[in-house]
Design a protein around this ligand. Structure first.
Ligand code: AQP
Length: 347
């Protein structure tokens, strides 16, 4: 079975962008693939997170992913910091990737903003950690939103350079899986900017836990232009906000943009937004209820994540140990009897 890996940062409550661009495709890929899904907290701290908030968001993200339909009996769901192989391989990849490659990454430029000198060095090498996340499992398919395409190209460059520098054929090429009409959902306030869970404006996004009233209000206030809903796709040219709302509708309805425009074209945005909000509530209400149910039992959630980390380690540890051997590191010592935290004088 082909192995699939994907991750999501616990940097806030997941948005409808995360759902339509990534998580919904994860659910489909469970059929016929061996899947690993990871809450990537090491990535989240590339931008400061208050510790208690990070812990809460990590559980909320895991609960939301389960609520969306990830089945822990079929897929491995775990938290990145609980599997040390990610950080070990990321260091090796920091030494393989070239600064020039990282300088071309548009996400760093977007996230660092104008004051790049103040960004963390972790944010700059974020793509190397992402490459390590995937390579540590020899995963071949990675379902992501369109915004991650550039990082996945870089991950292939890193794997290829590792293989070339060390004269091996160890890390396989990976294939991005970018699916659907809403592979890039844009902000409700600015159709040229990606919808993000960490955007300072709550009005810019629909969160998976938003209730019916909040959804209706945010959609009603979503930016549009004065022209009505167009009757064909050509009428969406140079209208980023209109394209975004129609794209979200199509993704939720499981239809094409042309079909949506055939149904709604020529009408005003008022009735269109009402229909869009209705579809969104129908999709998100069961997800929000199931997320709350998981969050009501944090013990069960933590146990499920620990079990996931054990299963993930069983795959990643031998692969990363082999990468370390290829690089020239000495083998890890097996634990010796009598040594360990229980004995005075030993760490
Ligand atoms: N707006 C989006 N449209 C479609 N897909 C999206 N994804 C994110 N935003 C959109 C996809 O969701 C997956 C998880 O993303 P992530 O949490 O690892 O990081 P991100 O891409 O930086 O997502 P956010 O929501 O913008 O997080 P913050 O605010 O923390 O930066 C990825 O597959 C991504 O493509």
């Amino acid at each position: 079975m082909i192995r699939v890996f994907s991750g999501i940062q616990p940097s806030g409550i997941p948005t409808i962008g995360n759902y339509l661009g990534a998580i919904r495709n994860w659910v489909t890929l469970q059929e016929g693939h061996e899947c690993l899904f990871c809450v990537v907290d090491l990535h989240a701290i590339t931008v400061f997170q208050a510790p208690e908030t990070l812990r809460a968001h990590t559980r909320e993200m895991a609960a939301a992913v389960l609520a969306c339909g990830i089945d822990p009996a079929r897929s491995v769901l775990f938290v990145q910091s609980q599997v040390s192989a990610h950080a070990r391989l990321a260091w090796i990849f920091n030494c393989v990737a070239r600064l020039g490659w990282l300088n071309r990454m548009t996400q760093f430029k977007d996230k660092a903003g104008r004051d790049r000198e103040a960004a963390s060095s972790g944010l700059f090498v974020y793509p190397n950690l992402m490459a390590a996340d995937i390579a540590a499992y020899h995963a071949r398919r990675v379902p992501v939103g369109d915004d991650q395409r550039q990082h996945l190209e870089l991950a292939n460059d890193i794997a290829e350079k590792f293989n070339h520098d060390y004269g091996v054929d160890f890390f396989p090429r990976i294939e991005p899986v970018i699916l659907g009409a809403a592979a890039r959902v844009m902000s409700l306030r600015d159709g040229t900017k990606k919808m993000s869970k960490s955007d300072p404006s709550d009005q810019s996004r629909i969160s998976l836990t938003d209730g019916a009233d909040a959804i209706a209000l945010k959609i009603r206030r979503a930016k549009t232009d004065p022209a009505p809903v167009p009757e064909s796709e050509a009428g969406l040219a140079d209208r980023p906000e209109a394209r975004n709302l129609v794209g979200i509708y199509a993704a939720l309805a499981g239809s094409s943009v042309e079909q949506v425009l055939a149904e709604h074209g020529g009408r005003g945005w008022g009735p269109f937004k009402e229909a869009l909000a209705e579809r969104m509530v129908a999709t998100l209400a069961p997800i929000a209820a199931e997320t709350r149910r998981w969050l009501g039992d944090p013990g069960a959630l933590d146990a499920l994540l620990h079990e996931g980390a054990i299963r993930a380690r069983a795959i990643a540890d031998p692969i990363v140990a082999e990468a370390e051997r290829i690089v020239g590191f000495l083998e890890h010592a097996a634990p010796r009897a009598g040594f360990g935290p229980g004995r005075a004088g030993n760490p």
